[in-house]
Design a protein around this ligand. Structure first.
Ligand code: BJ8
Length: 426
């Protein structure tokens, strides 16, 4: 990506040129060292490399063109924000950058130091004026999930022009479902007001179809990762899951199917990126947004391969499809609620489904072990990591609990622990 070609667009969005250049340089270098240095990558990754090389360039230009044509851009931090509704009013939903530390000094003037890195990252990208997605969004949707997020939105409200906060249930009770249903109805109205488009059955059905197709493509990719030897690295599969939140959905779906065709052939021929018998890891826990690649990179450079992600940037976020059999807007809205209500985020109490899903995934993907990833100061996932470890060990599935953040300070220590864990699996 030539920076000069997009300079005026970035300035128009109010980005800080120096800080933004510095971010792109760090990102480019990390991508080179972590992604492009991998051996035997499928050719289909070329598309995703291109997307990443243009993640602040061409994709932003596309969004700006959509805006010039009167369409809206909506930013979100959580898989509970229903993309189907956003699509149905011809708007675009983008996931906001939460995967790297930036402008931490500024952030710690706004939020307590012991806030998780994911939340701090969102604030850092805003405080540093380096995220073109955040700056191009006509509306930013926050959600009352964990305490850290919900309190931080009170602060974010003073920093961005159009913050919308969605309330979310904390229990899987009939009352919780009712709350989600009412909040999705309120969100539908907010999207109609923002876009000037009235949502009807046909539009909503189309929105559901587009997003379901993305999920089906991801399901196909996940299925192909069950094979030994692994035809794709966990790092590359994670990247595909991360791009899910940024790219044009139809083009994305086609590109995932294209790489799946190639992986199918690799599986038929028994070709892998790692030798057959390489220890297989299921990663479980907090979501990993771009460019949070630290832990997968350590795992895969320690002699193991990641074969699945029990995460919102992974199977937790895409597990179920929305039923499109309803014959009215109300019935389709109900189907959206039904699907989302099954997401087993650790903010729910109690949350037994997640435990079962982790065990099921470990078996399905033939994982030799599970690495549970908790971000420091993330109460919901770190608290759940303990019963998860116990349940998995009771089921004879070796488990390693990791607590970390986005800094590189603990890389050496993590590598030592992970290498020892992988050795135990061999
Ligand atoms: S549905 S996982 S995307 S809330 S890491 S900010 S939980 S303290 S991200 Fe999430 Fe929606 Fe749930 Fe998924 Fe809080 Fe933990 Fe930080 Fe977290």
């Amino acid at each position: 990506m030539s920076k000069e070609a997009y300079r005026s667009m970035w300035e128009g969005l109010g980005l800080d040129p120096k800080a933004h250049d510095a971010l792109l340089d760090v990102l480019g270098k990390a991508y080179q060292d972590i992604y492009l240095a991998q051996a035997q990558r499928p050719d289909g990754m070329g598309y995703f490399d291109f997307v990443m090389s243009e993640v602040h360039g061409l994709r932003i230009k596309e969004l700006m063109d959509e805006k010039a044509a009167g369409k809206k851009v909506v930013g979100s931090f959580c898989v509970f924000v229903p993309e189907e509704i956003v699509r149905a009013v011809d708007a675009t939903l983008v996931g906001l950058c939460t995967g790297a530390d930036f402008a931490m000094e500024e952030v710690e003037k706004l939020l307590p130091r012991n806030t998780c890195a994911l939340i701090k990252s969102a604030f850092g990208f805003k405080a540093g004026q380096v995220c073109p997605y955040l700056e191009s969004a006509d509306m930013i949707v926050g959600e009352n999930t964990c305490d850290g997020k919900k309190k931080s939105y009170e602060v974010l409200d003073g920093l961005v022009p159009n913050l919308y906060v969605m309330d979310l249930p904390q229990t899987k009770s009939p009352e919780g479902r009712q709350l989600l249903s009412a909040e999705y109805a309120r969100f539908k109205k907010a999207m109609e007001d923002l876009s000037g488009v009235t949502l009807d059955e046909e539009r909503l059905r189309k929105g559901i179809e587009i997003v379901n197709n993305k999920r089906k493509a991801i399901h196909r990719l996940a299925g192909l990762r069950k094979h030994d030897p692994a035809a794709i690295s966990g790092l590359d599969a994670l990247l595909i899951n991360q791009v899910f939140f940024y790219d044009d959905p139809v083009r994305y779906t086609e590109s995932v199917h294209k790489i799946c065709d190639e992986l199918e052939q690799r599986n038929e021929k028994g070709e892998g990126v790692f030798p057959k018998g390489t220890p297989r890891i299921l990663l479980s826990g907090c979501p990993m947004a771009v460019p949070n690649w630290k832990l997968p990179w350590i795992i895969e450079s320690s002699g193991a391969v990641i074969v699945g992600e029990e995460s919102c940037v992974g199977e937790r976020g895409t597990r179920n499809l929305t039923k499109d059999s309803g014959d009215s807007v109300e019935a389709l809205m109900d189907a959206l609620v039904e699907r989302a209500f099954q997401i087993d985020c650790a903010i729910f109490t109690p949350n037994p489904d997640r435990l079962h899903h982790i065990e099921d995934m470990a078996r399905e993907y033939k994982a030799d072990g599970v690495i549970h990833y908790g971000l420091q100061f993330c109460q919901p996932y770190i608290t759940e990591s303990m019963p998860v470890e116990k349940a998995l060990e009771d089921a004879d599935i070796p488990t390693l609990r990791i607590e970390t953040d986005y800094s590189m300070e603990d890389v050496g220590q993590l590598k030592t622990r992970i290498e020892a864990f992988v050795e135990q699996l061999q």
